[in-house]
Every structure is written in C-alpha cells, then in structure tokens.
Write a protein that binds this ligand. Sequence first.
Ligand code: C5P
Length: 222
Amino acid sequence: NKKMNIAIDGPAGAGKSTVAKIVAEKLSYLYIDTGAMYRALTFVAMRVGLNLEEGSQLIELLKDLRIQLQHEESGVRVFVNNEDVTAAIRTKNVTSNVSLVSSHEAVRIEMVDRQRKLAENGHAVLDGRDIGTYVLPDAKVKIFLTASVEERARRRYEEHQGKGILSNFDQIKKEIAHRDKLDSTRAFAPLKKADDAVEIDSTALTIPEVAELIIELAKERA
Ligand code: C5P
C-alpha cells in the first residue's frame, strides 16, 4: 500500500522542475520543489551573514524559518516567514552557495523531515537530488533525469537570453559541472541514481516528451 508519489532526481539544469510541474498539473498532484527549500535557507543565511561552513548555525536558523511553497496561477511562489523570496533564491550568489549549505547532514535531516511531511498523503511530485534514494525510498515512480552538460548549459543559457540576463555559455557550463560535482560527492545523501529509478536522458527529447513518459509510467503503476 505504498503511497503514490513521483520522485524526480538528476543533475542541475536537466529540466526536472519544468517537467515536474507539468506532470503534477496533468495528474492533479502537488509539486514540491525541494531545491527551493535549500535555496531559501541559503538566501537567508547569506543575508544574515552566517558562516555557511557551520552546520550548527544553519540548523539553528532553519528551525526559525517557515518555508512555504505556494501554488499560484503564475507558478510556485516561495515564502520564508511570509516574505516572498521567489526571485531572490534564483540569483547567482545563492546558486553558487547552495551546494555548501545543503552538504550539512543536520540541515538535510531537517529538510527531509519537512519534505516527507509534505508528501505523506501521496499524490506528490518531488524534484531534487536525493528523493528516490533517501527522502522517499518507497516512491512508486522514480526518475533519474539527465542530459549532457553541454545541453544543460545550452538550455540555461537560452533561458537567460529569454529573460534578458547577461550570461556566458562557458561560465554556465563550468558552474553546472561544479555544482554537480559538489552534489554528487558530498558524504550524506549525495546526488545518485536510485537502483530502481528509470533513467531518462533528455538530451534529444523535448520537455513535453519527457513529461509524457513519466505520466505513462505513473498511470501504469497507479
Ligand atoms: O534543484 P535546484 O537546482 O534548485 O537545487 C539547488 C541545490 O539544492 C542543488 O544544487 C543541491 O545542492 C541542493 N539540493 C539538494 N537536495 C535536493 C534538492 C536540492 O541537495 N533534494
């Protein structure tokens, strides 16, 4: 009687969140962006000037933070203690420090506890790095979504172009590869394909194609 949850893990920029949103919408599931939770903590910790190497300070801060993922027509908005941090958590500064913050075991344990509570009723799509391996080892559908680092950087670059953000392709590629390395080599709950996850390489697939594959799997296993 496993609850029907969908875990989508994979490296940075593989399209997890875009795909997860579509899947959740089509199945009327709840979308839970776990990366946004680590980003929210990173943003506040940097603003108050914490030393991000210190897990004990981060966990003290986190205990006082109510992180909410609010679903609106325009998309998911992220709030920390009622402050809208949706845009603030996507800055370069946060992106380059989030892997350090999320590497602390105590921080992860608290985050995972919150994530499990959000998913406890089932019918949720979670995207992250350790959902299939650690957060929800019993998830009925586990996806490991990848794409070549070249393709992931290209997508991110185009996204930036579209938003009018000045960026450099080689720089983006380097940052993505670096973040993957930090996330997959940390000691506790690293980025890793679960043994029973279905790997989807999206390099040559469109977002709707990937979403459709996952929806089919979910229907088969429901
Ligand atoms: O998914 P996103 O790129 O927003 O995640 C930001 C960062 O948060 C990741 O690079 C990783 O360090 C951390 N993260 C994590 N575990 C998750 C989700 C995100 O460690 N389940």
